[in-house]
Every structure is written in structure tokens, then in C-alpha cells.
Write a protein that binds this ligand. Structure first.
Ligand SMILES: *Cc1c(COP(=O)(O)O)cnc(C)c1O
Length: 375
């Protein structure tokens, strides 16, 4: 028997608790990847558990056209945390769908079709989002994809401004590129993207599927630059492990989005998971902890790993460590010899996206392990 598409790791996980996972032999692992940022509150979080079980007992599913109380509360929560006046909420099931919706909405609202994306970007794997993703490895076997996409250098404000014109529907940017290697956007780049899209009447879309939900020390990474987009997409950590994505939009988009829907959009149980996640993030200032522990961890990594690494990048608890050899070997040694799970971001970057609830103790644990592995 073999799983199609996914390559399997040689460890079977059977239990999760906070920042830790346990395999079938009872071995403990510190989960510094949170399975790609999907459990910002840690594994088996009590608030999410009880919200999901309560909702399951009351109403598991009803078609999306009936209002459901918990989904209405989620809409309010998301509109409340959305930057600026991004008060309109579309719910879906994943990051790629959130971006797919943003691309469709931008086309409908502007009447244009051209999309500007950035080199090294990752926006998902459905045909539209995939067309805005950079790497050929993900795209080539499936071409032709959605047309009229132009890529510009990340962090080149002039190139971006030159590419945006009267035919442009949207510019889509990750405020920190995740898959591309943990590359933070400069403030100048995001500001110029804002100016150019306003001038051309195009939509500015920030893909915060990975950077969102408090990971960078604020609810959204774009808050650091103070730039408010027309649409913001999120997913990964939104349901603390449950499949849910969102596209937040300004009024001018929501008033003219065309016709879009999805059967499972905002299902009651998924909405309960997301509502409990967002409420907990807000009420216990989880982003504040991510900012504080992230700063400590990045400081320790730079100080203690010194010349054994090239660079530490990122913000909050979205961290990339550029190592001097293949990252896969480092990740393997971390997992098997030290029980620390991390992620790659390209060939030479070790990526940390831990639960946002970790403390300095866990930060020290990963620095100790890296010191030994790289020493
Ligand atoms: C993971 C990711 C996506 C795709 O999300 P899926 O839920 O896997 O479809 C899109 N954009 C960014 C920035 C991501 O990190």
C-alpha cells in the first residue's frame, strides 16, 4: 500500500499535545514546524476541541445558504481583525482556494485580466493560484495554466510599478515569502505596490496564508509596513488544524465579485474551529507572545550559531536559517538525533514555524539542538 502523491516520513505520529508530538513508540518531538504553521495554538487545544465537539452535537452541517450563528460570529471576528476596512469575508477550505477567489474577484471587480506576481512566490496548486506560483517544478507538467500572469523581482519597487498598467486586475504578494525561502518584503516594495495599484485601479492582494494569524508578532504581517491591501487571504493556521481559508475584501471588491461559491464554505464545525482559534489568538494575545519569543529565538540563533550558519531571517515566529549545507540533512539529524521537527524552505534554508504559544524553554531547546547538529 502506498499513499499517492505524498512522500511519507519514517515516523508515525499518534498523539499531539501543545508544542509536542508523540510517535508510535512514545518518543516525544518538539514540533517547530507546526505542520506548516497549521496549529498556531499547539496540538489538541482545549478551546478548539470543545468548540468543535459542541458544534458537532448541535449541528454538524447545513448548506451554506442558511445562516448559522457560529459562522456569523466568525464573520464578525474576521472583519474585526482584518486590516483597515477589509470587512467582507469569503470562507473556503484552503489557501489555494482563498487565492483562487482573490484572483477571480479581482478580475470581476476591475474588468481586467492581467495578474502581477513575484519571482519565488508560492500561492497554491489549483490552476489559477498555480499560474501565480513561481517554480516550474510545480507548473510545467500541467501547462497551459491561466494566462496573462507576469512575474517581477521580489523587493524591486521600480520593476513592480513598471509592470502595473491599465490592463492589470491584481498584484499578488506574500509580505514574507514562505516557500521561497523566508524572504521579508521591504516596506518600500509594499508601499510602491499600494501606490501603483491605486493609480491603475487594480486590486492589491496580500497572501497571508503562512504569515497570518499572529505568526509575525502582529495578526497580519502587513501591519508592520502599515500597508492595507484590497484583499487579504489566509488559511493554514486559521482553524488550528481544521481545513479553512478566507479572503477578506474591501467593499469595492465585495460589491462586484461576480458569482462564486463552494459547497463546504463556512460549514458549522469548521467555522466553530476557526472562531475558537481566532478568539483565543485575540483574547490571550498570542501574536504578542510570537513577537516576543520570536525576537528572543532569532537573537539566540544568530548569537549562538554564529559562523556555522549564513543568516537568520524572518519576523516573529516565522524564521528562516540559511545553513551552509543541504537543509534536508540538517532536518533529518534534528528529528532523529534530537527529536526536533523543522521544515525546509528551498535547498539551504531551515524553516521554523512553531506553535505561537511556545516559550523561551522551547526556543532554547531548538537552539541547543541546532548547535550540536551544525557544530
Ligand atoms: C501554503 C500556502 C498556500 C497554499 O495553501 P493550501 O492550503 O496548501 O492550498 C498559499 N500561499 C502561501 C503563502 C502558502 O504558504
Amino acid at each position: 500500500m502506498s499513499g499517492f502523491v505524498f512522500s511519507e516520513k519514517p515516523i508515525e505520529m499518534v498523539e499531539g499535545d501543545g508544542a509536542y508530538l508523540y510517535d508510535d513508540s512514545g518518543r516525544e518531538y518538539l514540533d517547530m514546524g507546526a505542520s506548516y504553521a497549521c496549529v498556531p495554538l499547539g496540538h489538541s487545544h482545549e478551546a478548539v476541541r470543545s468548540a468543535v465537539l459542541d458544534q458537532f452535537d448541535r449541528l454538524t452541517y447545513v448548506q451554506a445558504s442558511y445562516p448559522v450563528e457560529v459562522r456569523t460570529r466568525l464573520y464578525e471576528r474576521l472583519a474585526g481583525i482584518g486590516p483597515g476596512d477589509l470587512d467582507n469575508v469569503w470562507l473556503c477550505n484552503s489557501g489555494t482556494e482563498a487565492n483562487e477567489a482573490a484572483l477571480k474577484f479581482a478580475r470581476a471587480a476591475t474588468g481586467n485580466s492581467k495578474i502581477i506576481a513575484t519571482k519565488l512566490a508560492f500561492h497554491g496548486r489549483t490552476m489559477g493560484s498555480l499560474a501565480t506560483t513561481w517554480k516550474d517544478k510545480y507548473k510545467k507538467p500541467y501547462e497551459p495554466l491561466m494566462g496573462n500572469v507576469e512575474f517581477v523581482d521580489y523587493n524591486d519597487p521600480d520593476a513592480l510599478a513598471a509592470a502595473v498598467d491599465e490592463e492589470t486586475a491584481a498584484v499578488i504578494v506574500e509580505p514574507i515569502q514562505g516557500e521561497g525561502g523566508i524572504n521579508p518584503a521591504s516596506r518600500a516594495f509594499l508601499e510602491r505596490a499600494r501606490e501603483a495599484t491605486v493609480d491603475a485601479g487594480a486590486a492589491l492582494v496580500f497572501d497571508e496564508v503562512q504569515t497570518g494569524m499572529g505568526r509575525t508578532g502582529t495578526m497580519w504581517a502587513c501591519e508592520t509596513a502599515g500597508v492595507v491591501p484590497d484583499m487579504l487571504t489566509s488559511a493554514k493556521g486559521l482553524g488550528n488544524g481544521f481545513p479553512v481559508g478566507t479572503t477578506l475584501c474591501r467593499d469595492w471588491i465585495a460589491e462586484n465579485y461576480g458569482s462564486h461559491a463552494s459547497t463546504f464554505s463556512g460549514g458549522p464545525v469548521i467555522s466553530a474551529a476557526a472562531e475558537a482559534t481566532v478568539s483565543t489568538l485575540v483574547e490571550t494575545d498570542v501574536p504578542g507572545n510570537a513577537g516576543e519569543v520570536g525576537e528572543y529565538l532569532r537573537g539566540q540563533l544568530a548569537e549562538r550559531l554564529g559562523d556555522s550558519i549564513r543568516e537568520v531571517r524572518g519576523q516573529g515566529l516565522m524564521i528562516g536559517i540559511e545553513v551552509r549545507r543541504g537543509s534536508n540533512r540538517v532536518l533529518r539529524d534534528l528529528a532523529l538525533d534530537h527529536g526536533v521537527l523543522a521544515l525546509p524552505a528551498g535547498r539551504t534554508v531551515v524553516r521554523l514555524l512553531p506553535p505561537l504559544t511556545i516559550g523561551r524553554e522551547q526556543a532554547d531547546e531548538v537552539v541547543d539542538a541546532l548547535e550540536t547538529v551544525l557544530g
